[in-house]
Design a protein around this ligand. Structure first.
Ligand code: AMP
Length: 396
């Protein structure tokens, strides 16, 4: 496999799939530029090795065709500032416009293509569309991990047109290197902490983790499906009635594989879903009728923290409660801090999935954990042991 670090880009045009799906306000100003910043090392590497860069991305979920609020033209000025290079913009990502602009592109210059998803062929993975994109450049680089689990034209199909000259950018390289650390040879004890609203989203990854981890901690809304499956009272807490059997099955599987499956023992219950609710602490299986559990309790935080503290590898996906509301954030914050402490003591910690990433950022702990994955769904699928089309297309 070719590597971006050693490839000679001199006079070559590199077509880079980036993830510039950034939030814009109503004045079309970027409100969080992290995703653009994350792509800068890859872009700079191509430019400094004598190449030119053609960037392609999606932004938002346009329905059909052009929509002003999803145009990538709003990113041009900021991108030029961050790269220190001139940025040209092609009003379309396919056809004569980008082709002519690509031909005129000189080493050291950047061409940003309009939103790929203004054409439905992108998400359909159209061969013809991918061929059109491929015709613009000499080399293909995929640096968009967040879309690597999609077999879209720009994330997977296009790679077929560069049988020799295709590679990962630094972002994907780093993601894979860190996720592989917990997938392939984790230092023991290995603890996974799974939270978030639903079990259904996480069944496959939990099953996969049961073959690898020593401890599996469950928190957040998905707890109540397990507690109900074991006969506890969960009041009005969130539950997936159709997943009770699966929860029982996972408990049995954990036992047979000698994995310690740890559920919260207490929780913060509220009389309604809101920051102005009345709250109290109860046993996890004693949620009163009409009340709902919205965070793990103090005892659970300290029990979970003790396990985290003894761990050498830690994977965290999903918050322990409704951490967006102050009244229900203590559990998530406590676990985030325990992971940071364990990391300071030498553990390897990987944080992945949208909401745990948001939590780690909220508590300013992103520098205190080993790696924060930007992948979300892609990371979960990779951890489930599935082959991601965007990764396979480069490796094959
Ligand atoms: P997910 O996307 O599945 O990781 O779920 C994240 C969401 O789960 C967050 O927005 C949390 O507010 C929510 N959540 C966590 N714990 C609970 C709970 N006990 N009840 C309801 N929602 C929860």
């Amino acid at each position: 496999m070719k590597s971006i670090e050693t490839f000679d880009f001199k006079k070559k045009k590199a077509l880079i799939r980036v993830d510039f799906n950034v939030p814009l306000n109503e004045n079309h100003e970027i409100t969080d530029d992290n995703r653009i910043r994350a792509a800068i090392p890859t872009i700079k590497q191509v430019l400094s090795s004598g190449g030119s860069v053609i960037l392609m991305s999606h932004l938002g979920r346009p329905k059909t065709g052009y929509e002003e609020k999803f145009s990538l033209k709003h990113l041009v000025r900021h991108l030029s500032k961050l790269t220190g290079a001139p940025v040209k913009f092609a009003d379309d990502c396919i056809g004569n416009i980008p082709m002519e602009m690509s031909k005129a592109l000189k080493p050291g210059e950047i061409l940003l293509l309009e939103n790929l998803r203004f054409h439905k062929e992108e998400t359909k993975g159209s061969e013809e569309f991918a061929a059109g994109l491929a015709a613009l450049a000499d080399v293909y680089i995929n640096d968009a991990f967040g879309t690597a689990h999609r077999a879209h034209a720009s994330t997977a199909i296009v790679a077929n047109y560069f049988p020799e000259d295709k590679m990962f950018g630094y972002l994907i390289e780093k993601e894979l290197e860190n996720i592989d650390k917990v997938l392939e040879d984790p230092k023991k004890p290995y603890t996974a902490i799974m939270g978030g609203a639903k079990v259904s989203d996480k069944i496959l990854i939990i099953e996969n983790l049961l073959d690898r981890v020593d401890n599996l901690i469950i928190g957040g809304g998905m707890t109540y499906t397990f507690i109900k499956a074991m006969g506890g009272n969960i009041g009005n807490s969130i539950v997936e009635e159709d997943k009770l059997d699966i929860a029982r099955d996972l408990i049995e599987k954990a036992k047979s594989k000698n994995v310690r499956l740890v559920l919260p023992t207490d929780n913060i219950v509220a009389d309604k879903f809101g920051n102005d609710a009345s709250v109290k602490e109860t046993g996890i299986d004693q949620v009163p009728e009409g009340w709902l559990g919205l965070d793990i309790g103090k005892k659970s935080v300290s029990e979970f923290s003790a396990i985290i503290n003894e761990s050498k590898t830690i994977l965290w996906n999903g918050p322990m409660g409704v951490f967006e509301m102050e009244k229900f954030e203590a559990g998530t914050k406590g676990i985030a801090m325990a992971i940071a402490d364990a990391t300071a003591n030498g553990a390897f910690s990987l944080i992945g999935g949208g909401d745990s990433v948001a939590a780690i950022n909220k508590y300013n702990l992103s520098e205190k954990v080993s790696f924060v994955s930007t992948g979300g769904g892609a990371m979960l699928e990779y951890m489930e042991g599935r082959e991601l089309p965007g990764i396979a297309a480069i490796r094959s």
